[in-house]
Design a protein around this ligand. Structure first.
Ligand SMILES: NC(=O)c1ccc[n+]([C@@H]2O[C@H](COP(=O)([O-])OP(=O)(O)OC[C@H]3O[C@@H](n4cnc5c(N)ncnc54)[C@H](O)[C@@H]3O)[C@@H](O)[C@H]2O)c1
Length: 280
């Protein structure tokens, strides 16, 4: 099947890798020339990393040959499934969903990888709300076995079944949830991260210690601040703003320390520095 991925950042690249590794032809659309230029090598690195971590050994060149990188949304024509992975901003995603219905195939399922924006908000701008849902992949997408699938009030049984089937073709289990700001995952996780940032700002403990508490005492594989670095602090901040506006809940107001770090370009793993230092 021809698949579209909109946005070639952290998630778009990982999602594109999942589809191409499973034999799908993938068109990746991004307006940023730097994202398009670095996409192929990021996928190659991702394929090698997955093999090192015990995943199937596949030829990175073969995977790369199934991917086309472009700035043109029109190249999504004929796609049967599209995953939108653009930044977590309501205006950006609504503009894309308004265009996608007209560009993609007549039967195409339009899925968003949004962290928190309800499906209803995106479906409302399309002529095909029954084909809109969210496939909230986890990060890094190629290494995670399950996807939070969000069914909107208007999502059809057919579209939902297609999404579950397509995810199964990637070896991923769909966990279907209802439609609400942040769904299940980020209604809980984003508030936890925000509180952890406040703990650091208040001086109760440094970032390493906060994470150690979760990792050693709770046996979580990764503490909230390491998780925030992995997500991208800009994406965490944008997701909190979505939750604050839609819930609305003052607890979702991003901690001033988080905003400061984003403004200073300390975005976490993708820039090498966040609450922790990362090798790039
Ligand atoms: N990072 C995570 O851990 C994570 C996990 C699950 C879901 N998400 C969600 O996935 C989406 C993407 O997040 P990300 O971390 O990959 O962000 P990112 O900032 O790494 O990448 C976003 C990409 O979208 C591109 N873009 C900007 N405007 C666009 C447009 N109009 N059309 C197409 N592409 C456009 C940017 O150039 C960039 O390459 C967000 O909605 C985010 O909330 C993120």
């Amino acid at each position: 099947m021809k698949v579209g991925v909109v946005g070639a950042g952290v998630m778009g690249t990982g999602v594109a890798q999942c589809f191409a590794t499973s034999g799908h032809e993938v068109v990746v659309v991004d307006p940023d020339p730097a994202a398009l230029a670095s996409g192929p090598s990021r996928v190659r690195d991702g394929v090698r990393q997955r093999a090192l971590l015990g995943g199937a050994r596949v030829d990175p060149a073969e995977v790369g040959a199934r991917l086309r990188w472009t700035a043109g949304l029109a190249e999504l024509a004929g796609c049967g499934f599209v995953v939108e992975c653009a930044p977590e901003r309501v205006s950006v995603k609504r503009e894309l969903f308004a265009a996608l219905g007209g560009v993609c195939g007549a039967e195409a399922v339009l899925a968003s990888c949004t962290s928190a924006i309800p499906v209803a908000v995106l479906a409302a701008v399309t002529a095909v709300p029954e084909r809109v849902l969210a496939t909230h992949f986890m990060n890094p997408a190629p290494l995670k076995d399950a996807v939070e699938v969000v069914r909107g009030a208007g999502t059809s049984e057919v579209a939902l079944a297609r999404a579950v089937e397509v995810l199964a073709s990637l070896g991923k289990k769909a966990v279907v949830v209802g439609d609400a700001p942040g769904f299940v995952t980020n209604r809980v996780l984003m508030l936890t991260i925000n509180e952890a940032v406040k703990v650091v700002a208040e001086g109760t403990a440094g970032a390493a210690t906060v994470d150690e508490v979760f990792e050693s005492c709770f046996a979580h594989p990764m503490g909230p601040l390491r998780t925030a670095d992995l997500i991208g602090l800009d994406t965490v901040r944008d997701t909190l703003l979505v939750l604050r506006d839609l819930l609305p809940d003052p607890a979702c107001e991003p901690s001033p320390l988080l905003t400061e770090m984003v403004e200073a370009g300390r975005l976490g793993r993708k820039t090498g520095q966040g609450f922790h230092t990362w090798r790039r």
